[in-house]
Ligand binder design. Structure first.
Ligand code: AMP
Length: 114
């Protein structure tokens, strides 16, 4: 199923892109929950975490983590620390059904999360 993130991948709607390679795209969240709030997405359509298969998607997930670390360095939040979050399904608070990794930083995060 197509989502708004497909349109961002295809450059049909604008986004504030901070990182891109052949497999991964990252852009600023439109409704940031922290001073730094980036979404890191695969360019292929995977709806949610429960659609991931370790062997098949290990390399892609590795690239998403590499992207998060690179962006954290670029945006100067690597040393202070940050949070990475996958929301999955209704109870996880997922709204867009295209896999995305939230990178949140620039402030002290609360625990437990809401
Ligand atoms: P989730 O609740 O985990 O599915 O997160 C979806 C995220 O996508 C939310 O934080 C939204 O603010 C964000 N979002 C929705 N539409 C856009 C958009 N066009 N550009 C950037 N971020 C978006």
């Amino acid at each position: 199923m197509s989502t708004i993130f497909d349109k961002i991948i295809n450059k049909e709607i604008p986004a504030n892109i901070v990182y891109e390679n052949d497999n991964v795209l990252a852009f600023k969240d439109i409704n940031p929950q922290a001073p730094v709030h980036i979404l890191i997405i695969p360019k292929i359509v995977i709806a949610k975490v429960t659609d991931l298969k370790g062997k098949e998607h290990a390399s892609l997930l590795g690239e998403m983590i590499d992207a998060a670390n690179q962006i954290a360095k670029d945006l100067n939040i690597a040393d202070d620390g940050f949070r990475l979050v996958f929301n999955c399904g209704d109870n996880g608070g997922q709204e867009v059904y295209h896999l995305h990794l939230h990178l949140l930083g620039g402030r002290k995060m609360n625990w437990p999360p809401g």
